[in-house]
Design a protein around this ligand. Structure first.
Ligand code: AMP
Length: 137
């Protein structure tokens, strides 16, 4: 994709602080981090959504999340981390090339996820449970 900033990083057209690279995935530091060490994992193929990543690439993607989360923790002495994937404009995705955030967290940081909580009506939770299970098959 010509105007995609992450595709430009993949092609080496703009610089990035890369920490991992394979045939399928690239990881680099977020340029405007919530905390120092904030890292992004992206597929090298221009997929907009996580849902487009082929099943056969899921193993590497999953393993990479675990490995990189550990490395980011160790490198930053973080007390914990958040994994975040904004998928779709409605979910806050600004760069339309799928990416997973690994965000190191500290007792002293002022970063937080705040959301309002909703409630299920009587019997509604089972309908959602059944529907999600149906689509999993
Ligand atoms: P999102 O809101 O989930 O789409 O997040 C996009 C992320 O990409 C933001 O955290 C940006 O700081 C980050 N970002 C944008 N441009 C660059 C860049 N050139 N290098 C590294 N990170 C970037």
């Amino acid at each position: 994709m010509e105007n995609c900033i992450f595709c430009k990083i993949i092609k080496g057209e703009i610089p990035a602080a890369k920490v991992y690279e394979s045939d399928k995935f690239l990881a680099f530091l977020d340029i405007s981090p919530c905390n120092k060490g904030h890292t992004l994992i992206i597929p090298k193929e221009h997929y907009v959504s996580l849902n487009e990543i082929p099943n056969e690439d899921g193993k590497e993607f999953g393993e990479l999340q675990i490995k990189l989360a550990k490395s980011v923790m160790e490198a930053t002495n973080a007390g914990g981390f958040n994994l975040l994937l904004n998928d779709g404009k409605v979910a806050g995705q600004e760069v339309m090339h799928a990416h997973l955030h690994i965000q190191p967290r500290f007792n002293t940081d002022e970063f937080s996820y705040k959301w309002t909580h909703t409630k299920y009506e009587e019997g509604e939770i089972q309908k959602f449970q059944d529907k999600i299970k149906e689509f999993l098959q």
